[in-house]
Design a protein around this ligand. Structure first.
Ligand code: DAH
Length: 379
């Protein structure tokens, strides 16, 4: 019986060595060590043996089980290693192949123009500031010299939050404690002027781009649109600084030297004096192209932005002394700037999310605006 078993083991091990795949190994394992396997059958015979016989046969059968099980593991490891070697040798990734066509995103013209503006103004020493889109009526109106009864408030088509969402200035504040402020979606970026003056003090040189909201909708108005605010507060600032800054900015933005500006007296509650800035255009093949003197025949003026010297009352509202600090401010529609520069004619398409429009008007992420490389260069 013993030599029978030895033979069986030898045969099993030999078959194992001839096996080339994991399925074959599993079959041998079941045949030998499985519930119905021959080694188990042998184990069952232990019960009929005398205690003395069992003491000899028991450990011997256990030894056989161990030998077979170790041989199975060893063979399995060898085959797996060989399989890995084979895959490493045959499965190659050809890195010289071009990458497959991937869906490519693009930078929205509004983002691109904001980046261009940030680049231009950074060169003039302006930093970029932001403020909340959910604003209170003090920052959006009152501090900008629009008291509650001011008619300009009505002109803003404001989206108000319910009266019940009004905030009361807490006792811990340095501001008007106990005052109730109505919440709204900011109607312009001008409240960032107030926040900046209150938080940073003077001097200041910043731009503040962002979303603004008004209840208004047609081909040239959407309920949400983008503005960029400019604010300079320093000593001895005058209208000449404003004009030079706007001229420099618009020439850099439109990338032409023949940009001509016309400053018209106007009215904004937060500036005194206020000026509306028009830019000259000329007729080129039936289209209006920027540049040139708007007064010449075949030329004209286009309203572009609002600006002025910051009203002394606004400087006071923001906690600065208007005897010491003066400044200028301006506000421009970013979407409008984008339309003028890149030739879109329907503002609503900006916010439709239409892939075809985005593919056509969008920019490559590699089109980083730089002053040296051109702020609007298309790759
Ligand atoms: N906030 C104004 C608007 O939305 C635009 C504006 C005009 C901003 C004159 C200014 C300014 O800073 O000085 O209509």
């Amino acid at each position: 019986m013993t030599s029978d078993n030895e033979q069986k083991i030898a045969a099993t091990l030999e078959r194992l060595h001839g096996t080339q795949d994991l399925a074959g190994i599993e079959a041998i394992r079941v045949e030998a060590l499985g519930k119905q396997g021959w080694l188990n059958q042998l184990m069952k015979t232990l019960g009929k043996m005398s205690p003395e016989e069992r003491q000899v046969e028991g450990p011997r059968l256990q030894g056989m089980r161990t030998r077979i099980s170790e041989a199975l593991d060893e063979r399995k490891a060898t085959i797996e290693a060989a399989e890995l070697e084979r895959r490493l040798a045959t499965e190659v990734l050809d890195l010289t192949l071009p990458a497959p066509e991937a869906p490519a995103g693009s930078v929205h013209p509004v983002s691109q123009v904001m980046d261009e503006l940030a680049e231009i103004f950074a060169d003039l020493g302006f930093s970029v500031a932001t403020g909340p889109e959910i604003e209170d009526d003090w920052h959006n109106f009152t501090a900008l010299n629009m008291a509650e009864t001011h008619p300009a408030r009505a002109m803003h088509d404001t989206f108000y939050f319910p009266e019940s969402d009004a905030v009361t200035i807490p006792a811990s504040s340095s501001e008007a404690v106990g005052e109730k402020r109505r919440m709204l979606l900011r109607t312009h970026t001008s409240p960032v002027q107030i926040r900046a003056m209150v938080e940073q003090g003077a001097p200041i040189r910043l731009i503040a781009p962002g979303r603004v909201y008004r209840s208004d909708s047609d081909a040239t108005h959407t309920p949400m649109f983008h503005q960029i605010e400019g604010l300079v507060i320093d000593r001895d600032i005058h209208l000449g600084h404003l004009k030079w800054t706007l001229e420099t900015f618009l020439k850099a933005f439109f990338e032409r030297e023949d940009i001509v500006l016309r400053l018209r007296p106007s009215y904004f509650p937060f500036t005194e004096p206020s000026v509306e800035v028009d830019v000259g255009w000329r007729d080129v093949d039936g289209r209006r192209a920027l540049g040139g003197d708007g007064d010449a025949p075949g030329h004209g003026w286009m309203e572009l932005l609002g600006s002025g010297m910051v009203n002394a009352r606004v400087i006071e509202f923001a906690g600065l002394d208007p005897q010491e600090w003066q400044g200028f401010a301006f506000g421009v529609g970013v979407d409008r700037l984008a339309m003028l520069k890149y030739g879109m004619d329907d503002l609503r398409a900006f916010f439709d999310g239409d892939q075809r429009w985005l593919a056509h008007y969008g920019f490559s992420p590699f089109d980083q605006p730089t002053l040296s490389g051109g702020v609007g260069a298309r790759a």
